[in-house]
Design a protein around this ligand. Structure first.
Ligand code: ADP
Length: 395
């Protein structure tokens, strides 16, 4: 059965077509700059890479173009051949604790959550609506970034704020990157022979966005992102944790509007704010060339990680493993080394050669005798969406 996975952004559409249940990837690509004068279409499949620059008005238009291109390259005769479509949906609030078949009620619920994710849920809905318009009979599934974290206990998800903010405005910790934390913790458990009970671990998803998750017996019990993806770790352009009073301070003394503060915290902070680049590779290069700002950015990034791992180890009480994933987690040996060197108090010891080796498979990188395993596990959010979609449409 063929399953299409869609990740719709406000001006982009990422897609990946799977043969299920084998999880063979038949095609994947991206339509970007949707709505601009010239959009870019990029498609990889079992043949020469296809690239095109042409106007793409909206997400429906993007899907119409894909439906025309796929048969041309022998990828898929028509969308009617799809067994299902899986959508990444960012915010599922408290309504969604698991992947869900989309019907009118589910669509309304995703729409009702827009105030909690004003940038993401509208884009995700555009993808759902665009596909519905083209192939209304094909089952569609929503896989939520927040769902895995719905197992957090109240002491982890509630903020110490007036109760009515929670009861009337749903202000609480939701957490994101749930599909990634779920996947890498599940893969870890399989590697450790704990597939049934689930592992106790701390998973670090370090990409442009970054979050940590404490997992007990395969379930999320604490995570670093909050009401929005702004809280927690230092990210490419997001600040992560700050004193909330900084917001009012910069409004009252820095002459910034609330929109400007919002933009600064989300788009001009993190690695970018500290060192002028949101890219860890470039931070490392500059640091090695003696750039003090880049060194500081790296150190702040690592320091925050060490704080979180220490705190989550205490929350969990016992730990099978620390897991690195995401672009930085999977590829930056210096970040992994710097974090683990400072976690000796947990009995963590790295195997330097295993840490440095550039590999793309799931692998252990701890030294023999380390009290806690350290793993690098490449994430596969689209693969999970394909699996869950397949599971629900064949149930
Ligand atoms: P996204 O969150 O957008 O999916 P990724 O998971 O691809 O992002 O992570 C992007 C980050 O990974 C960037 O900061 C990039 O510099 C970093 N990265 C990728 N490869 C390396 C590498 N070899 N060394 C250090 N950082 C890397």
């Amino acid at each position: 059965m063929k399953i299409l996975v869609l990740n719709s952004g406000s001006s982009s559409l990422k897609f990946k077509l799977y043969e299920m249940p084998s999880k063979k990837v038949l095609a994947q690509g991206l339509v970007e700059r949707i709505g601009e004068e010239r959009s870019l279409i990029h498609l990889r499949y079992d043949g020469p890479t296809y690239e095109s620059s042409e106007p793409v008005h909206d997400h429906r238009h993007a899907l119409e173009i894909l439906e025309k291109i796929f048969p041309r390259f022998g990828i898929l005769p028509s969308f009617k051949e799809l067994g299902g479509v899986g959508h990444r949906v960012v915010h599922g609030g408290e309504s969604f604790t698991a992947p869900t078949l989309i019907d009118a009620t589910v669509r309304s619920a995703i729409k009702a959550l827009i105030p909690l994710a004003p940038l993401h849920n509208p884009a995700n809905l555009m993808g759902i609506d665009a596909f519905t318009a083209l192939a209304p009979e094909t089952p569609q599934v929503a896989v939520f970034d927040t769902a895995f974290h719905q197992s957090m206990p109240p002491e982890a998800f509630r903020y110490a704020l007036p109760q009515s903010w929670y009861t009337q405005r749903q202000v609480r910790r939701y957490g994101f990157h749930g599909t990634s934390h779920y996947y890498v913790s599940r893969e870890l458990a399989k590697h450790l022979g704990k597939g049934d009970s689930g592992a106790d671990c701390i998973t670090l998803h370090l990409g442009n966005g970054a979050s940590a998750c404490a997992v007990r017996g395969g379930q999320s019990v604490e995570t670093s992102m909050g009401l929005t993806p702004l809280e927690g770790l230092v990210m490419g352009t997001r600040s992560g944790d700050i004193d909330p009073a900084i917001v009012f301070y910069m409004q009252e003394n820095g002459g910034l509007s609330s929109e400007e503060v919002d933009k600064a915290l989300n788009k001009a902070s993190g690695l970018l704010g500290l060192a002028g680049s949101n890219d860890m590779r470039s931070i490392q290069e500059k640091m090695n060339a003696g750039d003090a700002a880049a060194k500081l950015a790296f150190d702040v990034f690592v320091h925050r990680l060490v704080k979180y791992v220490g705190a989550y180890a205490a929350v969990l009480g016992r730990l099978d493993a620390l897991v690195f994933t995401g672009g930085i987690g999977e590829h930056s040996a210096p970040v992994r080394r710097a974090v683990c060197e400072r976690l000796g108090i947990l009995g963590i010891a790295l195997d330097p050669a295993a840490n440095e080796a550039e590999r793309s498979d799931a692998r252990a990188i701890h030294a023999q005798g380390s009290a806690v395993d350290v793993w690098v596990i490449p994430t596969d959010e689209e693969g999970v969406i394909a699996e869950e979609t397949y599971r629900l449409v064949t149930a």
